[in-house]
Design a protein around this ligand. Structure first.
Ligand code: ASP
Ligand code: MG
Length: 462
């Protein structure tokens, strides 16, 4: 059995949890294992914050303090998670070197007053580059042969779209040629930095927030692994966010398609782009709880009979906005292609689109962070007939379930129950796959809409 296991930041809180992770990995002695890690909890956020601060209001004492805190966090982790003094010394040296490099980069940003997307990726990469050697050393110290490698080392080559880089097609063969011998011949357990890749010119890139999942599934697909295990601090995928609905229930099995829809619409299951590499080969992905490893978790796999629920889960995205283009008497295709070309040029993250056919009326939901760019990119289309407007404070609710396809009346049930509860729907979208009905409401009604539908479809009951 060959398994790719990914540990997210919450599993790597401190030295104690890293040591727990190492022992967990060791348990699967008879397996061929690849470990993919995120940065330690909170580190990526703190790196982004620090970089932004250095660029905006630079002070060398802030950098000293920041590096001191990061040093303390990682030193503590080493002291607790790495039991052998010789191995400890080596990993201390490695971490010192990295932190030294990071300090110089931050000073550079400060002096130059310049923070490009490329340097932002470089800075973010330190989170995983610091955590991987520690996890690897922890494994070594308990007798598991291991080596720490970066995404670039194993052949995760990407384009230069910094911040959301895309792996190139040749990744699969490169990763296979670099990792396969390590597993088969050396019987080693490599620990690989998630989230980061390298462009052909050698620049470090990142795959987007939460991108370690994609690293794990890419590697699994390249190595024809039997399974991917995403270790988190929850038991698996729930019917909805328990902070919104306390009765939310664990879902034992969902399909790739359902997981993808849910992740796209804000559920933190896995990186939406992470499904594609495993879907091609039908490799199951298991969500497991690091701190409750005996729980079955949720399996994401090809469609099965038991996954025929009408509505299986509900997700909510709260930080979105709408840009609306309206007018009359146009060539739809022409104006649409212009609209989307403009949005793509500005790299706007489009979440949902809906178009009415009687006249031109195109509503586009985008990330709140992108709305101003989207609006100014589309504003020039206004010409007296076409008008462009934006709406802030929007939430998108998405109901997902493969059993919706071919079951009549689901949309009817959704919207009449919302109507009965006086929740006003602003925009609706349903894809032809019929796995998903999504709609926009005002931000303040988002959570209520989720509660109403969770009840309506009796998701609290097993
Ligand atoms: N450390 C990165 C992030 O926080 C990648 C990941 O966790 O998957 O987004
Ligand atoms: Mg993280």
């Amino acid at each position: 059995m060959r398994v790719v296991m990914k540990f997210g930041g919450a599993s790597l809180k401190d030295g104690e949890s890293i040591f727990h992770v190492a022992n967990l990995v060791k348990k699967f002695e008879e397996y061929e294992k690849v470990v993919v890690v995120s940065a330690m909890a909170g580190v990526t956020d703190s790196l982004i914050e620090a970089a932004t601060k250095c660029y905006k209001d630079f002070s060398s004492s802030f950098i000293k303090l920041f590096i001191a805190e990061l040093t303390k966090k990682h030193y503590e982790a080493i002291s607790t998670a790495v039991k052998n003094p010789d191995i400890q010394t080596k990993v201390f040296e490695k971490i010192d070197k990295l932190l030294d490099e990071l300090e110089k980069v931050l000073l550079g940003i400060g002096y130059l007053g310049e923070l490009t997307k490329r340097s932002m990726d470089y800075i973010q990469s330190f989170g995983e580059r610091l955590s991987a050697p520690i996890v690897s050393a922890s494994l070594l110290s308990i007798g598991v042969d291991s080596v720490a490698l970066t995404g670039g080392d194993v052949g995760i080559i990407t384009d230069r779209n910094f911040g959301r880089a895309k792996p190139l097609p040749e990744v699969y063969s490169t990763v296979k040629s670099r990792l396969d011998p390590l597993l088969r011949i050396k019987k080693s357990t490599p620990v690989i930095t998630g989230f980061i890749g390298v462009a052909e010119d050698g620049s470090i890139t990142t795959l987007g927030r939460g991108g370690s999942d994609l690293t794990a599934t890419l590697i699994a697909s390249a190595l024809d692994a039997d399974e991917v295990w995403l270790w988190k601090e929850v038991d698996g995928v729930l019917t909805t966010d328990p902070k919104i609905v306390p009765e939310a229930r664990l879902i034992p099995e969902i399909s790739y398609q359902e997981a993808m829809e849910l992740s796209h619409f804000g559920a933190k299951i896995l990186h939406p782009r992470a499904i594609e590499p495993v879907m091609r080969k039908g490799i199951p992905v298991r969500i497991k709880n690091t701190f409750n490893p005996d729980a079955e978790g949720t399996v994401i796999k090809r469609e099965s009979n038991s996954s025929k629920d009408i509505v299986k889960a509900l997700s909510l995205i709260e930080k979105v906005a709408i840009v609306n283009i309206s007018g009359a008497g146009f060539d739809f295709a022409e104006i649409m292609s212009d609209v989307f070309r403009r949005l793509s040029r500005e790299r706007v993250n489009v979440i949902m689109v809906s178009q009415s056919s009687s006249e031109l009326n195109l509503s586009i939901v985008v990330d709140e962070a992108d709305i101003d760019r989207a609006y100014s990119a589309l504003k020039p289309l206004e010409n007296g007939i076409v008008s462009v407007k934006k709406m802030d404070n929007i939430a998108v609710v998405s109901a997902v379930g493969s059993g919706m396809a071919g079951t009549p009346g689901v949309a009817g049930r959704i919207f009449s129950s919302l109507g009965r509860n006086k929740i006003n729907v602003i925009m609706i979208s349903q894809s032809c796959s019929e796995f998903n009905v999504s709609f926009a409401v005002s931000k303040k009604e988002g959570k209520d809409a989720v509660r109403v539908l969770h009840k309506e479809f009796e998701l609290e009951k097993a």
